[in-house]
Design a protein around this ligand. Structure first.
Ligand SMILES: Cc1cc2nc3c(=O)[nH]c(=O)nc-3n(C[C@H](O)[C@H](O)[C@H](O)COP(=O)(O)OP(=O)(O)OC[C@H]3O[C@@H](n4cnc5c(N)ncnc54)[C@H](O)[C@@H]3O)c2cc1C
Length: 312
């Protein structure tokens, strides 16, 4: 079966601090919060707060092989799109830019989607038609266009909180993470391992093309992050996955709801979702509201679910 190899993200053509794997010492930018380049050449506004006062320089390295990256990650922080690291740049000593590792391909072949850790969120959006549509839509909801062009798949998942549409969708399709060294683990387990031990490198995420998934969310506006989101998916045949999001530090699978759906008990699945969010109150919504909406969304998605069931 011929596979579709999709073009790399425009991020790859962004100017970067260096092409070779040499260590570059980067002084913190004055005034701008997100510049990663050397201080020379940056157009930082004068008269703003001087961030360089009392801050050590930032060491930037760009390995060209996984082995080199693993060595450097023992004492440095992986740099994907850098969008969560940029605001923390003054507390970082060494960043290891992963752009030179060739991890930005997105391939759909042999019944699998294999998305490189460094593929941009926009690449996934542009792959519409080659994978579960609801997952592409969840990725579009993850961030606006500018951010989608910078943020990487691994970075988004590893930096996610409970309101991440993309991580919710990936959990529901049974995505697995490939680590440098060959270990392949469930995305669920990867999230449990956060913060990752020094020297851990995610090289790709993968999931089956025949995975199905439906996603719904409730938010303050169509472009806002969800207050409650639910994804109901199937990895293969009757293996149900029910994922709740909108609260806390990560989206969660609801095992009781999954079991209820496997027994065709949609009402019990709704009750399990309500119970899972029974304490999920914060400044955005009360626990009572979230619990009720979670139950409604699970029942709605499950009722419209057309997943194939395994016979016998
Ligand atoms: C203006 C703006 C608005 C934002 N809005 C939101 C928002 O509304 N909600 C939200 O959740 N986030 C938001 N973010 C945060 C951020 O954009 C996303 O979480 C983003 O998807 C992170 O992806 P990245 O590639 O930039 O990650 P990075 O910042 O590069 O990395 C994130 C983390 O993952 C680690 N990492 C990255 N790649 C790998 C790898 N291959 N292996 C091991 N570790 C790795 C990094 O070391 C770091 O700890 C916003 C950021 C900005 C700048």
């Amino acid at each position: 079966m011929g596979g579709a190899k999709l073009p790399p993200s425009p991020k790859d053509s962004f100017p970067s601090p260096g092409k070779r794997s040499v260590a570059t010492t980067v002084a913190p930018c004055r005034g701008r919060g997100q510049g990663w380049g050397p201080e020379k050449g940056l157009s930082c506004s004068e008269g703003r707060r001087d961030w360089s006062q009392g801050v050590s320089p930032l060491k930037y390295v760009r390995p060209e092989s996984i082995e080199q990256a693993l060595e450097q990650l023992a004492s440095g922080v992986a740099l994907g799109g850098g969008t969560t690291l940029a605001p923390r740049r003054n507390s970082l000593e060494t960043v290891v830019d992963l752009q030179g590792l060739g991890l930005s391909d997105l391939e759909v072949a042999g019944g699998k989607v294999v998305a490189g850790a460094g593929c941009s969120l926009q690449q996934i959006v542009e792959a519409k038609g080659t994978m579960v549509e609801a997952l592409v839509e969840a990725c579009r909801r993850e961030a606006a266009w500018n951010l989608r062009n910078m943020a990487t798949l691994a970075g988004a998942v590893l930096a996610c909180d409970g309101r991440s549409p993309l991580t919710t969708a990936l959990l529901a399709v049974g995505a697995r993470a490939v680590l440098a060294g060959g270990e392949v683990i469930d995305l669920d387990d990867l999230l449990d391992r956060r913060p990752l031990a020094a020297g851990t490198l995610v090289t790709a995420l993968q999931w089956k093309t025949k995975a199905t998934m439906r996603y719904e969310q409730v938010a303050r506006s169509p472009a806002d992050r969800p207050i409650v989101a639910v994804a109901v998916g199937h990895t293969d045949g009757a293996a149900h996955r029910v994922v709740l999001a909108g609260f806390g530090d990560r989206p969660v699978r609801v095992a009781r709801a999954e079991k209820a759906l496997a027994a065709d008990d949609v009402r019990a699945a709704g009750e399990a979702a309500a119970e899972a969010y029974a304490q999920a109150g914060d400044a955005w919504a009360s626990a009572e509201y979230r619990s009720h909406v979670a139950s409604v969304l699970v029942r709605r998605l499950a009722a419209g679910d057309k997943a194939p069931r395994e016979k016998g």
